[in-house]
Design a protein around this ligand. Structure first.
Ligand code: CTP
Length: 396
């Protein structure tokens, strides 16, 4: 068997010590680890510990004659199967998102065409800063995968999201990416994913819509594509970039969403994550509704149910998955939806939890005919990865 190789970039953060445990886990699994330590990283772990655990030299200097002569930054990227950045600091993410290359780590990230896994770690406010969010979205659109960060108490004395994922979780994500074609169990399969809100016109300037950000649906589309699936993402209006390797069809209304889904059939999997408006205004005139003496009355008519329609379709996908966003009695409503819509699974989430709508984390329960499985709170990308693996098991 080929030995798999990981280039491990260790950024500067208090969590850098966990990179040592990650190195140990990878080595134990027979993976070759070549460490790149940033200048800031070297403030937290010593090259000696990293080198001893990795059983390789530690590379740190872009301009070192010996490093460049032995193994230049291009060669470092060539001679690896996967780059793991742990901890990925806000600075490393910002550099990578913008293509900056002023040290060995950032130059290697720019010079590579290999898969990249980032495990961010930073103070909660840095993580939540719009700049970091933008950088993460850019990196995701560039195909970079993320694991974590976790929520919890931080070294800076604060509590929140920003803790480095546990070494075991980073190790598992890295191993899944290293699995290569064997890690692409959905190769040759097709999936349709609906995501985002729908927008139903009232008149040429007004809409009926909702707060869905599309994040969970986009993460599922990306996770399915990572497993080799051919994915059509039918998306309502969102601010998100299309994930790499996914065909996105942009729609506005529920009826357009249904038509785009039907056009994408046949498929093996359909995942309806979109927050479809149940109702639409009966008419949408060409003229703007003007303010009169009395408040206007909106007459609403029911929209088609995309999930139910796909579940009953003559060319029904083998696996049809719905989502149930609820604010109360989550599991009871989800059970009802499973029966009513005729789908195979309902993934229920409690949107009354602060930060779920529009946020990065989600707490879900998966309801099937066989019962209910409650998952621990996790990053939406991790929920998506886990769900995609489950879907792969179910259809293959
Ligand atoms: N759904 C759909 N088309 C609709 C309405 C909902 O495809 N017109 C899908 C959603 O994408 C989701 C599931 O059905 O996968 C459940 O959506 P939800 O809005 O929670 O259910 P509703 O049937 O609208 O029930 P309620 O509004 O009473 O909760």
């Amino acid at each position: 068997m080929d030995i798999k190789r990981v280039l491990l970039i260790v950024g500067g953060g208090i969590a850098a010590y966990k990179a040592l445990e990650l190195t140990r886990l990878l080595r134990k699994a027979g993976v070759a680890v070549r460490p790149v330590l940033t200048r800031a990283g070297a403030q937290f772990v010593t090259p000696l510990s990293l080198s001893a655990l990795a059983e390789d030299k530690v590379y740190s200097d872009l301009f070192s004659l010996t490093d460049e002569a032995e193994m230049g930054h291009i060669e470092l990227s060539r001679q690896t199967d996967l780059i793991v950045v742990a901890p990925a600091t806000a600075d490393l993410m910002a550099k990578a998102a913008n293509g900056l290359a002023d040290d060995l780590a950032s130059t290697t990230l720019l010079a590579t065409d290999k898969p990249v896994l980032m495990a961010p770690a930073m103070n909660v406010r840095m993580w939540e800063h719009p700049a970091t969010r933008r950088n993460r979205a850019t990196l995701q659109a560039d195909g970079v995968q993320f694991v974590g960060p976790d929520e919890g108490a931080m070294a800076c004395g604060e509590f929140g999201e920003g803790r480095l994922a546990e070494p075991q979780a980073i190790f598992e994500a890295a191993m899944a990416m290293l699995a290569g074609p064997a890690g692409q169990p959905l190769k040759g399969h097709r999936a349709i994913v609906t995501a985002g809100p729908t927008a139903e016109p009232i008149d040429p300037v007004r809409l009926l819509t909702n707060r869905s950000s599309g994040r969970q649906g986009y993460a599922i589309a990306a996770a399915l594509a990572d497993l080799g699936c051919e994915v059509t993402l039918v998306s309502g209006p969102t601010a998100l970039p299309a994930p790499r390797g996914v065909r996105r069809v942009e729609v506005e209304t529920a009826r357009e969403m249904l038509a785009a889904c039907e056009a994408a059939l046949p498929a093996d999997i359909a995942v309806c994550v979109a927050a479809v408006a149940d109702w639409r205004p009966e008419t949408c005139g060409v003229a703007k509704v003007k303010k009169g003496d009395a408040a206007p009355t909106l007459t609403l008519v029911e929209n088609p149910d995309i999930l139910a329609t796909l579940s009953k379709s003559k060319t029904r996908p083998k696996l049809v998955v719905g989502f149930a966003a609820e604010t109360h009695d989550v599991e009871a409503y989800a059970q009802g939806k499973l029966a009513r819509k005729g789908c195979d699974w309902i993934v229920a989430n409690d949107v009354s939890i602060d930060g779920v709508m529009g946020g990065d984390r989600n707490t879900v329960a998966v309801i099937t005919q066989g019962g209910i499985e409650r998952w621990a709170p996790a990053d939406k990308a991790e929920v998506a990865r886990k769900l995609a693996l489950r879907m792969a098991e179910a259809v293959s």
